[in-house]
Design a protein around this ligand. Structure first.
Ligand SMILES: [Ca+2]
Ligand SMILES: [Ca+2]
Length: 324
């Protein structure tokens, strides 16, 4: 290594420089979320099950008690299948927990489906489902549909054999998909009167694009250590219209010297928060570089994430920050 090069490196090390890479608006992000009673690709069911109870109760009744993780259920040979998922219940075979087999029982199932809070154009949500013997389907507390008699006198029309498609109007953020499943009275042999629930569904949506604004959008933007950078961006829909309502997003800066989760800046009104200007529709972080243990000659990634799903927005165009 020549002396001139060494002098140059020393000079660079003497001044910490932040270099913010040039970035453009990311392409539109079309996304989908899939959910199921029990994925065949491994892991346990994410569904909670409540009961069984020996009479019908509405969704929010305290009688349901605390939930537990649903488990794969013994599958009657005649039950239908859905690709990629399996039948579930509270026990492998009905009655394994000492609950009744031959008389009416009810179980409630609940699955949280988390979409980004920033999701828009949420569409085509649906679930294919069937139960032995009857089910009510709810989304966010609203009854969506039913098959068989979950309430009142049961008439066995072999509804376990019919897979219904229920439309689901998902909201951005947290959604709760619930089922109340009734096992009709029948034989006292678990293999003659089994119970279970089977479902698989999906929903489509878009998430915003991120456009970084000056000074970040200027190529080779540099900031001396100790100085303060004003990091700005806007969110756009795929039709290139700016999103004028404050979205639940966070800015995350990761890299050397920082905790593994990085520096996370949430929306707020304090000087250290990510702030939203309701007139310019800009998000602004006043980044005081002296406040953080940044490391020389290291690269830092600046990204915008959805505060609910934690997924990165505009990920193809995350901004890199380099300290020289
Ligand atoms: Ca059915
Ligand atoms: Ca049954």
């Amino acid at each position: 290594m020549g002396g001139r090069t060494m002098k140059r490196i020393i000079a660079l090390c003497g001044t910490v420089i932040l270099v913010l890479a040039f970035s453009l608006t990311a392409a539109a992000k079309q996304k989908s979320a899939a959910f199921a009673s029990l994925s065949e690709s491994g892991g346990g069911s994410k569904v909670k099950v409540f009961g069984p109870l020996t009479s019908y109760y509405p969704l929010d009744a305290s009688a349901w008690g605390d939930g537990k993780n649903a488990v794969e259920a013994w599958k009657h040979p005649d039950w239908p299948t859905l690709t990629g998922t399996k039948w579930i219940s509270n026990t492998y075979k009905i009655g394994d927990d000492g609950s009744p087999v031959a008389t009416d029982t009810w179980r409630r199932f609940a699955l949280e489906v988390m979409l980004p809070c920033t999701a828009y154009n949420v569409r085509d949500g649906s679930v294919d489902a069937t139960a032995d013997n009857a089910e009510e389907v709810y989304l966010n507390g609203d009854l969506v549909g039913t098959d068989g008699e979950v309430q009142g006198v049961a008439t066995d029309n072999f509804e376990w054999n019919t897979i219904q498609t229920y439309p689901l109007a998902f909201e951005p953020g947290r959604n709760l998909l619930e089922f109340i499943v009734r096992n009709y009275p029948g034989g006292d042999n678990p293999e003659n009167n089994p119970t279970g629930l089977l479902f698989a569904g999906s929903v489509f949506y878009e998430v915003p694009d991120v456009t970084w604004l000056p000074p970040l959008s200027r190529k080779n933007y540099e900031l001396k250590y100790g100085a303060t950078a004003s990091i700005k961006f806007q969110l756009f829909r795929s039709d290139h219209t700016v999103i004028k309502e404050a979205q639940e997003v966070q800015m995350v800066i990761t890299g050397a010297g920082l905790p593994p989760e990085g520096l996370v800046f949430s929306l707020g009104t304090d000087s250290n928060n990510l702030r939203f200007n309701a007139k310019t529709f800009r998000y602004v972080l006043t980044f005081k570089s002296k406040d953080y243990p940044l490391v020389k000659n290291s690269s830092y990634l600046i990204k915008v994430i959805d505060a609910c799903s934690k997924e990165e927005l505009g990920g193809d165009f995350a901004t890199t920050l380099v300290i020289r």
